[in-house]
Write a protein that binds this ligand. Structure first.
Ligand SMILES: Cc1ncc(C[n+]2csc(CCOP(=O)(O)OP(=O)(O)O)c2C)c(N)n1
Length: 330
């Protein structure tokens, strides 16, 4: 019960944070694309709960909740999206492409791009015998990219410690998954490459945690990689302002709201004897915390023009081929 309550608190934080970000996007205070996460919180919380702090999480163009669930601070994630210096990438990445090295978290907006990186991380982990696992989260749409097939095949051949998590929210932008995937489940594709395969109800936070645990354990024993399909539903449009009624019936969303993770978890908690007043107090406390966060975030400085090349200089200076005169002139 205590663990479920903790999961509920984390999912509620992500829900309210996501809603706050949608507002900030409408006010033009978030830069680059913003893709809402509402309805998918059980995947972020359940899967990240199974990771160790030094395991790697690779996300994609809908990353903010994954980042927070992986341990990045709300301050670092929000101000990154708002392009401020206090952001985890100094405000230079924006809402879809940032890294938080100390949290072992990376994301990027190019659909399918993190799959190949996951195989690379997995290979490094195996060669170094580090005991770490790389978890790579991507959408159903990304499962049709060439990188999905290449990464899966190579990871399986080399038995890499990679947990591939397809977060199937039923849509790739405006296209329902049934229109671009012919097989019954995306997880079935694991069979073609000789991977372990798991399908899980991605709206059930405890099931998600269990599935992640199983996959991570296999990887740590050298029996990875694993492909997990976490079945969920994207409650909001693909982006803020998406004319979603042009491609899905609003009644479908009303129905989906009955089974979304927070509704389900709250019911489980109340059925188990949890005091409704406690959950209300929890919500108020989170709302207060987020209001304070926003006030603080708005006051943070933007990076200067010089900051744009700071890290490029460091990266080049550290690259073996440019050590010497070129490096010192950067
Ligand atoms: C290589 C590439 N092609 C197209 C896009 C534009 N795009 C951004 S999100 C998206 C849909 C991705 O769908 P899915 O992988 O299912 O993830 P979801 O949005 O559902 O989380 C597309 C096509 C992109 N960012 N990168």
């Amino acid at each position: 019960m205590n663990e479920l309550k903790e999961f509920y608190a984390q999912m509620l934080l992500l829900r309210l944070f996501d809603q706050q970000c949608m507002d900030l996007k409408k006010k033009d205070l978030i830069y680059s694309g913003y893709h809402p996460y509402e309805g998918q919180e059980a995947v972020a919380v359940g899967f990240c709960a199974a990771l160790q702090p030094d395991d790697v999480l690779l996300s994609t163009h809908r990353p903010h909740c994954h980042a927070v669930a992986k341990g990045c601070s709300l301050e670092a994630v929000l101000t990154e999206m708002m392009g401020r210096r206090t952001g985890c990438s100094g405000g230079l990445g924006g809402a879809m492409q940032f890294i938080a090295v100390e949290n072992h978290f990376y994301c990027g907006s190019v659909v399918g791009s993190n799959l190949g990186l996951a195989t690379g991380f997995g290979l490094a982990m195996k060669q170094r015998q580090s005991g770490q696992v790389c978890m790579c989260v991507f959408g159903d749409g990304a499962s049709n990219h060439g990188t999905f097939h290449e990464a899966m095949n190579l990871a399986a051949i080399w038995k890499l410690p990679v947990v591939f998590v397809c977060e199937n929210n039923q849509f790739a932008e405006a296209m329902p998954v049934k229109e671009f995937v012919a097989c019954e489940r995306i997880s079935m594709r694991a069979r073609g490459y000789g991977l372990e395969e798991i399908t899980v109800d991605g709206n059930d936070v405890e099931e998600s945690r269990r599935a992640a645990n199983t996959a991570i354990e296999l990887c740590r024993k050298g029996q990875g990689p694993v492909l997990i399909e976490a079945v969920t539903y994207r409650i909001r449009g693909h982006y803020v302002g998406d004319p979603e009624a042009t491609y899905r019936n609003p009644a479908e969303v009303v129905e989906a709201r009955k089974y979304e993770p927070l509704v389900r978890t709250k019911k489980k908690l109340l059925d188990g004897g949890c005091d409704p007043a406690e959950l209300e107090a929890m919500q108020l406390a989170i709302s207060d915390k987020l209001a304070t966060l926003e006030q603080w975030a708005i006051q943070q400085e933007f990076p200067t023009l010089e900051c744009a090349v700071d890290h490029v200089g460091i990266a080049l200076a550290n690259a073996p081929q440019v050590r010497g005169p070129l490096a010192t002139s950067i």
